[in-house]
Design a protein around this ligand. Structure first.
Ligand code: PXL
Length: 262
């Protein structure tokens, strides 16, 4: 069985962060392991508290997992502050396995998940990743990207890191679509699915990047992994459990049943 590691924050409400990552790994039949970077006290309405783990202990968790298992891919989520970014950066710098870096800045409910002075530090570790998965807001913050302005994404191409920019609602053929664009330094590929008008979007970003990491671990190409991840998220949103009073979680199990790969 393939082993995947997530280096990310804990979401007490179970919809995003480490909890979403592990549920996604399970759905794809890979063995999920974790290194927790921060604890968050949160629910579907927002984040009530953030408690960072020391960088020494984050390293210890990563070393414990990697010294025992052969890890086939890594997903990186919420890193929160400069110190955590620097220490995770030092470890991933030397790795050759696929790394999916979700440059988490803000939650779907609007809470800040990255300290203001940590943005530059986060940009410094981009080149250690195989692929970055910002949403349109993160892409604006990190690359100055605006929809249609593809040149801004080319700025990071001193290295082979690819970028998927997730946009949500684009009018095509008279209906709204969810459109993701993959930039590889030369070409742009576009991935389209129907747009689901839902409030249950908490954890979609985390789960999407985890689904890509799981499929890369299974030996799929990046393009295939993106297509499978996009379909997984579509079904997970349409089968959301509708719990909580705010932006509710998605249904990883339902998505997994539809998309499971043996
Ligand atoms: O989706 C971004 C994200 C990442 N990590 C943690 C989160 C969230 C969003 O809520 O809680 C821990």
């Amino acid at each position: 069985m393939k082993v995947v590691l997530t280096i990310a924050g804990s979401d007490s409400s179970g919809g995003a962060g480490i909890q979403a990552d592990l549920k996604t790994f399970e759905a794809f039949g890979v063995f999920g392991t974790s290194a927790i970077t921060v604890l968050t006290a949160q629910n579907t309405m927002g984040v009530q508290g953030i408690y960072p783990v020391s960088s020494e202990f984050i390293n210890k968790q990563i070393e414990s997992v990697m010294s025992d298992f052969e890890v086939s891919a890594i997903k990186i989520g919420m890193l929160f502050n400069k110190e955590i970014i620097q220490s995770v950066g030092k470890i991933i710098k030397h790795l050759t396995i696929p790394i999916v870096l979700d440059p988490v800045c803000i939650s779907k409910a609007g809470s800040k998940l990255l300290e203001d002075d940590a943005i530059e530090e986060l940009q410094k570790i981009f080149c250690y990743a195989t692929v970055l998965t910002p949403n349109q807001y993160e892409a604006k913050e990190l690359f100055g990207y605006q929809y249609g302005d593809d040149k801004s994404v080319q700025n990071i191409y001193e290295c082979p890191t690819k970028v998927i920019i997730k946009t949500h609602k684009i009018l095509m053929d008279k209906t709204y679509k969810s459109v993701d664009m993959l930039f590889d330094g030369k070409e742009k590929s576009t991935f389209v699915s129907d747009y689901v008008d839902s409030d249950a979007l908490h954890g979609t970003g985390c789960s999407y990047s985890s689904a890509i990491a799981a499929n890369l671990a299974l030996g799929k190409s990046l393009e295939e992994s993106i297509m499978i991840a996009k379909e997984f998220i579509y079904h997970a949103i349409t089968n959301a459990p509708h719990i909580g009073n705010g932006k509710g979680p998605i249904n990883h199990k339902q998505g997994g049943q539809l998309c499971h790969i043996d």
